[in-house]
Write a protein that binds this ligand. Sequence first.
Ligand code: C2E
Ligand code: MG
Ligand code: MG
Ligand code: MG
Length: 286
Amino acid sequence: RAKENGKSDIQIFNSEMRSVSLQKLQLENDLRRAITNNEFVLHYQPQVEIESGQIVGMEALIRWNHPQKGFIPPGDFIPFAEQSGLIVPISEWVLHEACQQNQAWQDAGLPKVPVSVNLSSRQFLQHNLKAKVDQVLQHTGLAPQFLELEITESMTMDVEHAIASLLELKQLGVQVSIDDFGTGYSSLSYLKRFPVDRLKIDRSFVRDIMEDPSDAAIVATIISMTRHLNLKVIAEGVETEEQLSFLHRNQCHEVQGYWFSPPLTADKMGSMLRRITCSAGRLKEA
Ligand code: C2E
Ligand code: MG
Ligand code: MG
Ligand code: MG
């Protein structure tokens, strides 16, 4: 009996394995096709200065416009793309697209607002990252100060490598930020050695600042730490007026989140930039 059970367990295991690996194979084929067929799009989420309401940045966020399944969020395919290595061509497309779009807006006379791009860990490990970024800047004509690269704490585990790579990137004149800050294990003693420009407070802390005193304390502490380290800081995932005023009281000047706007298509982001130009024009006339 035990033997029979054992046997059937193995069969179940095998067929589950087979369906998981089939799914992966399917996903891998789909992703390869997506790359050649250009099925990815970037959406842009505005980053605003609380005090002035001005748009001071925007984050490029990838979506996969799947021919059968519709829009697939990055969380559903980026981790797999990382595992399979397909993240490399995808990331190159993202970087190029974000820079090209930003330069196009600038060429159209819209306000010059920097764009942030999420780096994948594979990209960050590549020895030729600096050359790749430089190439994209040259090719698109975007000035380096309009590009910010986001890394996560998990990419800084190899501290010496991270510092060396960041120094190279900084030589190009681009900005660098640490995304999802507070969720990783980066040691505070290393933070001062990392040549980064700003921290993005992870939205898991922001979500509960009104209900959870520990999260409120963590957020307030990160903000005050950035002030002492001379870093800029932005809070992610700000959804409510209450969260906004908490952040404002605690001297976090910039926010990104549904409170102001969800990620927008490039068209809608363009219209938003155009509206700013118009209202600034009216102000000048008045
Ligand atoms: P992230 O870089 O931390 O991006 C912020 C995520 O929070 C986005 O999810 C955004 O839509 C979401 N978000 C913004 N405001 C709010 C809010 O007020 N409330 C809530 N609940 N969510 C908010 P998204 O676009 O699904 O991206 C998820 C993650 O996927 C990103 O997290 C980033 O780690 C990764 N990702 C996105 N685009 C790229 C890319 O081009 N390359 C790489 N390597 N990773 C990417
Ligand atoms: Mg990000
Ligand atoms: Mg984040
Ligand atoms: Mg995240």
